[in-house]
Design a protein around this ligand. Structure first.
Ligand SMILES: NC(=O)C1=CN([C@@H]2O[C@H](COP(=O)(O)OP(=O)(O)OC[C@H]3O[C@@H](n4cnc5c(N)ncnc54)[C@H](O)[C@@H]3O)[C@@H](O)[C@H]2O)C=CC1
Ligand SMILES: O=C([O-])CC(=O)C(=O)O
Length: 334
């Protein structure tokens, strides 16, 4: 039964929206590397009635003009500068936050963190002022504490609906799927490995015990898989000469948007994301989220985890508690 569900999850998330209704999607930080790629992918996504690209970068109009030369029946509009953020958000059903700063050589951890915190703080504050809360998906890192921080800002500035706030973490499931297929010499399209926990080396928990197809990894192989999987982020940054990945990240944000479009239309939909969830003794948790037209319905629960997976989960929860606290505390200094 579980295997069938897993396969279905894959089908659902990669199925294009067949939406007959129309929805506005606003990409904030849309002139960034990830934002441009995501906007290009969204340009031909059915179910979107209007694509809005917002960024503080002065070349944003050029990015929008470039995108407009890809023939599409989806109108596209661009806005530049923080004073235009309110206008860019107006009417949005889905808002994707992909701004801030990318990790790259010369950018210190402190600068990276403060720029990304500021980006998410400003975005959340403006979203809180909207007439009704749109679906808000955050790509900006570190997700483990910027999503809890966004919730705090939304709560203190307006009507906050926790069912509509998501950290976009589909990249983790895509990486686990690709690695599992490569290690087993399988077609990735037929593989699935659930990933729970958070979006950082110490909090990612791949569940090989729940894989499709069933894994015959012994304990040592499972540990090796987990280590390799958890190091993917650093490995790709190193291979990219110090720069964060953008292609697969944009693709995972496309899948996220698609799943939300399907859910808004009342179709069964599930998405891999980091959300407010108290079920595991921490305020926020990531995994496969079941959606309905109002947002989060519940999160997939897995049984029969191995001792090793339970140990990883315990350690992950400790870290997630600290990250959520950091997210709340960081606002005191803003
Ligand atoms: N969740 C994930 O797996 C990953 C997340 N990321 C995150 O995605 C974000 C974007 O990465 P890149 O596209 O490579 O960054 P980038 O450095 O190419 O661009 C960042 C963009 O954010 C814009 N921006 C900054 N403040 C803004 C504001 N207040 N309003 C509107 N726009 C604003 C900048 O003008 C710039 O265009 C980064 O924060 C990074 O942490 C990147 C890779 C993986
Ligand atoms: O933190 C970053 O910039 C990169 C990242 O999240 C990832 O590759 O999963």
């Amino acid at each position: 039964m579980h295997k069938l569900i897993s396969r279905r999850i894959l089908e659902l998330c990669s199925t294009r929206s067949t939406s007959k209704r129309n929805y506005q999607v606003t990409v904030v930080g849309g002139a960034s590397d990830v934002g441009q790629k995501l906007s290009m992918l969204l340009r031909s996504e059915p179910g979107i009635s209007k694509l809005v690209v917002h960024d503080t970068r002065m070349h944003t109009p050029g990015v929008v003009m470039d995108l407009s030369h890809i023939p599409s029946d989806i109108p596209i509009k661009g806005y530049t500068g923080e004073d235009m953020l309110e206008t860019a958000l107006k009417g949005a059903n889905i808002v994707i936050g992909v701004g801030g700063i990318i990790r790259k050589p010369g950018i210190t951890e402190k600068l990276w963190l403060s720029a990304n915190t500021e980006f998410v703080r400003i975005l959340s504050k403006h979203v809180a002022k909207m007439d009704s809360m749109p679906f808000l998906g955050i790509v900006t890192e570190p997700i483990n504490y910027l999503v809890p921080m966004a919730a705090e800002v939304l709560r203190s500035h307006g009507d906050y609906d926790s069912r509509k706030l998501f950290g976009i973490t589909g990249i983790d499931a895509l990486r686990a799927q690709s690695l599992f297929a490569a290690e087993n010499n399988l077609n990735p399209n037929n593989c699935y490995v659930p990933v729970i926990g958070g979006h950082s080396e110490k909090t990612l928990v791949p569940l090989l015990s729940q894989s499709t197809p069933t894994s015959d990894f012994d304990a040592k192989m499972s540990e090796e898989f987990t280590t390799k999987f958890r190091q993917f982020e650093n490995k790709i940054i190193r291979a990219n000469r110090g720069i964060s990945p953008t292609l697969s990240v944009a693709y995972s944000a496309l899948l996220f948007t698609r799943c939300i479009l399907n859910a808004m239309d009342g179709q069964p939909s599930r998405v891999h994301a980091f959300i407010e969830n108290n079920d595991f003794g921490t305020a926020y948790f990531g995994g496969m989220v079941h959606l309905d037209s109002q947002g989060v319905k519940d999160m997939q629960i897995y049984t029969s985890l191995t001792q090793y997976e339970l140990h990883l989960l315990e350690r992950s929860l400790d870290e997630l508690r600290k990250d959520a606290l950091k997210g709340k505390k960081v606002l005191e200094f803003c």
